[in-house]
Write a protein that binds this ligand. Structure first.
Ligand code: ATP
Length: 861
């Protein structure tokens, strides 16, 4: 059996087709038999690249320690140990270890969520087995399989081409060459470089035009891309502009805090405090104040958001898209299949003054139908001849195989009693493309059938009067015109040769709107997002469908070619929009790439479109775009909620230590206790915000401008307010408790943690006084709170913990104070929300969204 490692002189590109076929033990016409393919799969293994291995477990674990802060902590632990404080030193070490484990688990989790996405967008291939074309997942391909390539396909394995038709392949994934390369089956010298092997199509490259067939010569890791894959290994960047910005923010903050720490050591020592105490205090300051968990938490929040979107059929291909989705101001959508069901049924056929009306929905060709007049039969025959689709009965349901438009034509013809036996053998064709907007097939004897957009077909037939077509389109029907021409078989089939064709008639088909899309379009509009229909279909049809969706006149762009799509995206962006644009064809790729969110169709879309897109809809449904926007906004909210929650904690911890050192008073919270708070609450409390379900308000406010800073002024004020409350609360508790030092500190720590719990509930909504989302929707929150309370009880009452953390049991009155202070803290924040809403009005809401979508007025034409 051949493989890519075959010796040079039998390398498939150097051999003529028949030898390749012989070596591969296959057949250039009928392919492998199903049985042989099955056997080969057992030996060759599935055609997929070996799992990308991230860094090994040990490497990843060690990576957690590679952080300046950790170095400082480790240094501090060593120093403390040398000074004889073995218990404190081991507590610090324990913290470092727990932090590393948590970081490790978060990283693994986030990566797993992202990896799972890849499996959701499957690549399929068409392969000839036992002489018939079947669709299989590309994993099922084996050496010797005869693969059919078509425009827009991703080459699923390394192929030696045996037949080509104007085939051009974009090999940039492999060779870096961005211009598509022309392919043909002719052998090339053995020593030809990879990029010049014009008779090979390599796995992972993309068919930009034309088509062909090739024999699989290598699969999986044996393919050329497999070799490259192995060399490069894996680095999945779970980074976005936002995470980078936050990482930079954390780093800057770290430097400032380190400076403060050094200053406080100097001040303390000058004041005569023991050096060792001051070092641990400084370390506590650093650990407390530096939001070291921030970037990781952001990644986890993004990953959870991505997983939620995937559950709602929107698969994110590029992580930054998650952030952009929340700011989307304009969604440009296809009509067919996205807003409509793409379940076409011909309703009327018009020919030679006759009108034939048929009923029925879906693709069932059965039932009683009125007899079709001869002129109508000719139209129906043209529709059946100029056709690559079929309908099959699958589990009691008639379903379309191939293009739904063409399947509808098969059904209408069969309703009149025509079958494929009535169609003369096809010898030649001009395939349908979105640019060409028609298709032609030549049959034995030179008769050519044409079908396509009415304007295109009348261009060939010379008829200009099209009131009938306009009337049908006005009812929202998709209208195709049919014509017949005669082009002798020895004359090349070109568009020029078709002039003088005879118009046969029209078929008008119904494609119902998707009910869930109706609702989703409205939801987007309520959320301040404009929806426009960009379609290749006729204006009348588009307009009639747009009416169903209550889209304004200016929101419909009909007969748009892929090039015009790109132009539209640019125009919309120039007007200040954040644009989401759908697409499915090869030629849509530039528009998808250019759009802020390129959206490809998972079912009907080509591989090329999927690769260019930021997001793939697994159900091709508009309502999934809405879902993605909704989740995108929710992710952004949750990020802010987490940040708003965590920063005051960090600030207050730093301030508690700093204030005590500066005032020269006893520390109300000891360094090890700060470590304890940080270690337990960041995970048990803070991270639960990542699981918050979206608030119902997310789709009731205008999109947030992308330039909006994460922390608006209102939110910075809140952070400062809460820091002050935490600082005052812990000092007050410490000084008012009256008991011995250990007890007073235990109370202070408990006040701090209780206030954090209370504040967590404040943070469930940044603006609303009473979140509309029930607590039951986020069970993690309650789990986190319960765990935190249990930990605090252990921290307070377990003798071992008392020794480790210098704590002491406290009484009921102390707990009452703890609870009371927490309630006060909660009240203060709610009061601030209320004040902002009532007194300051809506001019400056906490979320910083503009009160009216002024920026989009000019686009609402
Ligand atoms: P949308 O862009 O919303 O998906 P669409 O499906 O109508 O709309 P295209 O697929 O580009 O867009 O089709 C453009 C036009 O080409 C159609 O309006 C129809 O007149 C014609 N057409 C569509 N499918 C075929 C086909 N298989 N053969 C011939 N002509 C077709």
């Amino acid at each position: 059996m051949p493989s890519a490692t075959a010796e040079r002189d039998v390398a498939p590109h150097g051999l003529p087709v028949h030898e390749v076929v012989l070596i591969a033990e296959t057949d250039a016409d009928t392919g492998l038999s199903g049985a042989t393919a099955g056997e080969r799969l057992a030996t060759s293994g599935p055609n997929r690249l070996p799992e990308r291995r991230g860094p090994g477990r040990l490497r990843r674990m060690l990576g957690q320690f590679h952080n300046p802060l950790i170095y400082v902590l480790l240094g501090a632990a060593a120093l403390t140990a040398v000074l004889g404080e073995v218990v404190d030193a081991s507590v610090v070490l324990g913290v470092v270890l727990v932090n590393a484990i948590v970081g490790y688990l978060q990283e693994v989790r986030a990566e797993r969520a992202l990896d799972a996405l890849e499996a959701m967008v499957r690549t399929e291939a068409t392969v000839i087995r036992d002489g018939t074309a079947v669709r299989v997942t590309s994993e099922e391909l084996v050496p010797g399989d005869l693969v059919v390539l078509e425009e827009g396909d991703q080459v699923p394995a390394d192929l030696r081409l045996v037949r080509t038709r104007e085939l051009r392949v974009d090999e940039s994934a492999l060779t870096g060459e961005s211009q598509p390369v022309a392919k043909d089956p002719l052998p090339v010298p053995h020593d030809t470089a990879l990029a010049d092997r014009t008779n090979m199509a390599y796995s992972g490259t993309l068919v930009t035009t034309g088509g062909g067939r090739g024999v699989v010569v290598a699969t999986g890791a044996d393919t050329e891309i497999g070799h490259v894959h192995r060399l490069v290994g894996s680095t999945r960047a779970v980074q976005t502009p936002l995470t980078r910005k936050l990482a930079r923010f954390s780093k800057a903050l770290t430097v400032v805090i380190m400076g403060l720490a050094v200053v406080s050591v100097v001040i303390g020592v000058l004041r005569g405090e023991p050096f060792a105490d001051m070092v641990t205090a400084a370390v506590a300051l650093a650990v407390g104040a530096i939001p070291e968990g921030l970037p990781a938490a952001v990644t986890v929040t993004l990953a959870i958001g991505v997983a939620r979107m995937a559950r709602r059929n929107a698969v994110i291909r590029r992580l930054p898209a998650v952030e952009t989705l929340g700011s989307t101001t304009l969604v440009c959508t296809d009509k067919t299949g996205t807003l409509t069901a793409n379940a076409m049924t011909v309703r009327q056929v018009v020919a030679g003054g006759d009108r034939w009306e048929v009923d029925g929905i879906g693709y069932s060709p059965l039932g009683e139908h009125p007899p079709a007049p001869d002129a109508v039969r000719e139209v129906l025959l043209a529709g059946l001849a100029c056709n690559d689709a079929d309908v099959v009965l699958h589990e009691d349901r008639w379903t379309a195989v191939g293009d739904p438009t063409e399947a509808a034509l098969v059904v209408s013809a069969r309703k009149a009693g025509l079958t494929s036996d009535d169609v003369p053998e096809r010898v030649d064709e001009l395939p349908f493309t979105s640019q060409r907007r028609f298709m032609a097939t030549r049959h034995v004897g030179g008769v050519v059938y044409l079908k396509g957009a009415v304007e295109r077909i009348s261009g060939f037939t010379g008829s200009t009067d099209r009131p009938e077509a306009e009337a049908l389109a006005g009812q929202g029907l998709r209208v195709l015109a049919f014509a017949r021409a005669r082009v002798p078989e020895d004359v090349p089939l070109t568009e020029d040769a078709l002039h003088g064709a005879v118009l046969l008639g029209l078929q008008a088909m119904h494609d119902p709107p998707r009910p869930e899309a109706l609702e989703a379009v409205r939801a987007c509009q309520d959320a301040g997002i404009e929806v426009r229909m960009i379609t290749g279909d006729h204006f009348g049809t588009a307009r009639a469908i747009a009416d169903r969706f209550a889209l304004a006149d200016g929101a419909v762009h009909a007969r748009v070619s892929p090039e015009e799509k790109l132009k539209l995206v640019k125009e919309f962006q120039a007007a200040g929009n954040v644009v989401a644009m759908t697409g499915d064809g090869v030629n849509d790729a530039p528009a998808l790439r250019r759009a802020d969110i390129g959206v490809a169709m998972g079912r009907s879309g080509t591989e090329v479109a999927k690769q260019a897109a930021d997001m793939v809809l697994t159900d091709d449904n508009f309502s999934s775009i809405r879902a993605a926007v909704e989740e995108g906004r929710a992710v952004f909210d949750n990020l802010r909620k987490f940040i708003i929650w965590t920063l005051p904690t960090n600030m207050a911890e730093g301030l508690v230590i700093l204030t005590a050192i500066l005032l020269g008073t006893a520390l109300p919270i000891l360094p090890v206790q700060i470590l304890w708070i940080n270690m337990t609450t960041a995970v048990a409390l803070g991270l639960t915000l990542a699981f918050e379900p979206r608030e119902p308000e997310v789709m009731r406010r205008p999109p947030l401008p992308p330039s909006l800073p994460l922390l608006t002024r209102a939110l910075v004020h809140r952070i400062l307010l809460v820091s002050a409350v935490l600082l005052a609360g812990s000092f007050a508790a410490f000084h008012l408790s009256g008991g011995p030092l250990d007890e007073a500190r235990t109370v202070a720590v408990n006040v701090f943690v209780a206030a954090q719990i209370a504040y967590l509930f404040n943070c469930r909504s940044l603006e609303q006084l009473r979140p509309r989302v029930g607590l039951r929707r986020n069970p993690w929150l309650l789990v986190g709170v319960t765990v935190t309370i249990a930990l605090q009880l252990a921290f307070t009452y377990l003798p071992a913990m008392n020794t480790l953390f210098h704590t002491a049991p406290i009484g009921w009155s102390a707990w009452a104070a703890v609870v009371a202070l927490a309630v006060v803290a909660y009240g203060v924040v709610e009061l601030e929300k209320w004040w902002r809403r009532r007194i300051k009005g809506r001019a400056e809401p906490a979320l910083g969204a503009p009160s009216a979508p002024e920026a989009r007025d000019e686009s609402a034409v």
